[in-house]
Design a protein around this ligand. Sequence first.
Ligand code: SIN
Length: 311
Amino acid sequence: MSKLDLTGQINGLTFNQLFLNASGVHCQSTEELDDLLNDPYMGGIVTKSATLAKRDGNPAPRYYELQNGSINSMGLPNYGFDYYIKYVLSDHAKPTILSVAGLSAADDVKLLHQIQDSDYDGLTELNLSCPNVIGKPQMAYDVDGTRALLDEIFAFYKKPLGVKLPPYFDLVHFDQIAAVLNKYPLTHVNTINSVGNGLWVDVASESVVIKPKGGFGGLGGKMVLPTALANVRALRQRLNASIKIIGTGGVQTGADVFAHILCGAELVSVGTQLQSEGLGVYKRLTTELERIMTDKGYQSLSDFRGNLKTI
Ligand code: SIN
């Protein structure tokens, strides 16, 4: 195991390794969640985003691997809130993050009331960014709606809460969303969710490659790395220091992990590469990251976190 310090902290909670899964990949069942927790190279886990009731999600095919990443329109298949809160309420050797996703703002409020009234005191992450629920917009693109929702939530919610964000592409939008998020005692933001509503065309069959929404789906993997890094960096430059950043998106190598940390990520999560490579990905990424850190003379992530140079 690591001789270097690869720890990160959210809300005073220490993650002994920096890696998490990206919510959605290998985290739907308790067996999958156990697999992740048992991996010595994982710092903690994020559950599949739980809706109030169990959902089957969108019709298949709904995930497709591309040369430089993936396109998916899973549609939040999950076993429902009760299943996941029971899992995070049991004892685990590592921190857990309970991801929840209402199908409406009213659902979000109901989910958080249930957590507030439960014995769960760990981290929760409100998913404001799933692009794949048919007919539902991505809440965090509506800045005023996000403000109104967080106002309503923090009027009663007193437990640790972060949010999962979609990618933003305009510096003005970073300013706007950061100004809203900075008003609340958020523990973290997780950035980015998949890049919504991409389209892949298979030229041989002259067809889309996934069924839901006529082929439109969220993009992940290598192709989204620059967008993910931009979002980590731009939000780190704008958010209160107390709001930590989980960097998600585009990680294929230890160098990609290093870049996320340099942009300001506290922890890093991996989705598409976990899906294609399997659980061994975390050991490989750790080895590659440690080699880079050792070559540069860094002992700890804090030696370079956020220290991206500009020209
Ligand atoms: C999905 O289930 O569609 C993916 C999860 C997400 O994008 O939030």
